[in-house]
Design a protein around this ligand. Structure first.
Ligand SMILES: Cc1ncc(COP(=O)(O)O)c(C=O)c1O
Length: 427
């Protein structure tokens, strides 16, 4: 396979056109993330079309993608942002200022709640207890108040880590818990209900889930202003059944008269980014050749180990045309810092550039500096094919998360509690 004439047509690499990664990105320092502006725009347009046709409002779930330099690009297509707590709520308010800010947290903190009220428009609680504790204050501040429900409907198998409906889940109020704790006063605080039960799923799973929501909470929904159907909708994936999603949204609107919200993370930035890495070395053991890269699964693509999954790699394939097998792995001390096993048309070479696909989501917002690994720089590959550096990191970013070496002021605690050493930080 001659790389220059090779075109990888798979969705994670469709944005590259007929250009080889080395030609496009060979000048960049590795490892680095490259966000693809054209693909982000394409996702934005698709989501905006859905909103226009159905009247639903779509929020960016920032936990998946919070590269805020791109918020101005995405904001014309979205109604706002979704946050998991104070910092994301503030980021959404600051960086997508015209949009709504919705927040859901499994539990809010008393010492953060007043500040949260400055940023959030919708506040979704996870339990009747938290609703009782903070709901009246949120309401008095003019916020739209919601409760997350758990429709006890698992639509994915063998994936408890990502299944909020797994047995014993702490996420969302079941109907039994509702019946046990929801007084008329608490119900009167509510403007809407929220559920999030899907993960990288199609609209058929939503259809099944909606029937379960209706079974458990249909009577309540008739009294609500909005229904937030969470994330996990893989709307921008090729072949996604968008017609069925539209049917689900319209059915909810017609049945309960609610404003429907969706808060996808993945779908906003799906297949809209890459991680570029180079081969540092090869190691042979037991018939397996491992290529050690300057990128790490554990540090730079943690979902590869957490989910786990094998990320798409430009130019890998199956069958007779791909006779050269390698295990790709990171340079850290972790034995399991393995990205996956891949097959190539020609032998890998030292310093060769490798390009992993679909790397805009759950990467830059989730990476870490374990082993003192550098954080990859972030570039934007613009529609005009120029490359814009968005962020770069160095030793200080690693060091400053671990300490300061300076005296810090500390207030709080009682005379009984441990006291700071007055010499702390003095060198
Ligand atoms: C409450 C909530 N909303 C939205 C999302 C975004 O999900 P996804 O990125 O799979 O679309 C998540 C993901 O965990 C979530 O927990």
């Amino acid at each position: 396979m001659e790389e220059k004439s090779f075109v990888d047509p798979r969705p994670p690499f469709a944005g590259l056109g007929a250009k080889a990664p080395e030609t496009l990105f060979g000048a960049l320092p590795t490892p680095c993330y490259i966000l693809d502006e054209a693909c982000l725009l394409q996702n934005g347009r698709l989501l905006a079309g859905l909103s226009e046709r159905t009247g639903c409002k779509i929020l960016l779930a920032q936990k998946a993608f919070s590269n805020y330099d791109l918020y101005p690009l995405l904001s014309p297509y979205l109604a706002g942002t979704e946050a998991s707590g104070l910092y994301e709520a503030r980021l959404g308010r600051e960086e997508m200022p015209g949009g709504e800010v919705h927040v859901f947290s499994a539990a809010y903190r008393k010492d953060e709640f007043e500040e949260l009220l400055l940023y959030a428009d919708h506040i979704v609680f996870n339990s009747p207890r938290q609703l009782a504790r903070f709901g009246p204050r949120a309401k008095a501040a003019g916020k739209s108040v919601g409760l997350r429900v758990n429709p006890r409907c698992s639509t994915q198998e063998g994936h408890a880590l990502y299944d909020p409906c797994a047995p014993g889940s702490r996420l969302g109020v079941t109907r039994a818990a509702w019946d046990a704790a929801m007084t008329p006063e608490l119900v009167s605080l509510l403007d809407g209900l929220h559920f999030h039960t899907l993960c990288e799923q199609d609209a058929d799973a939503l259809e099944v889930t909606l029937a379960a929501v209706e079974r458990d909470f249909g009577d309540v929904l008739a009294r609500m202003k909005w229904l937030n159907m969470g994330g996990g909708h893989h709307i921008t994936r090729p072949g996604y059944r968008i017609g069925l999603l539209e049917k689900c949204i319209r059915a909810a609107r017609e049945k309960w008269g609610v404003q429907v919200y969706l808060e996808p993370g993945e779908a906003c930035a799906l297949n809209a980014g890459y991680l570029a890495a180079r081969v540092l070395d090869f190691v042979e053991n037991g018939g397996i050749t491992t290529a050690i890269l300057d990128a790490s699964a554990a540090c730079h693509m943690p979902d590869v180990l957490e989910m786990p999954y094998r990320p798409p790699l430009y130019g890998d394939g199956e069958g007779d045309g791909y006779p050269f097998s390698y295990r790709l792995a990171g340079p850290t001390c972790l034995s399991g810092d393995v990205i996956g096993d891949y097959r190539f048309a020609s032998p890998l070479k030292e310093n060769q550039l490798l390009l992993f696909g679909d790397m805009a989501i759950y990467t830059t917002c989730k990476n870490n500096t374990f082993n003192g690994m550098p954080l990859p720089a972030i570039f934007l590959w613009k529609v005009n094919h120029s490359l814009l550096p968005l962020a770069s990191f160095g030793y200080t970013d690693f060091k400053e998360r671990l300490g300061s070496g300076r005296p810090l002021s500390f207030s709080g605690g009682s005379s009984e509690s441990a006291q700071l050493d007055p010499g702390f930080g003095k060198k």
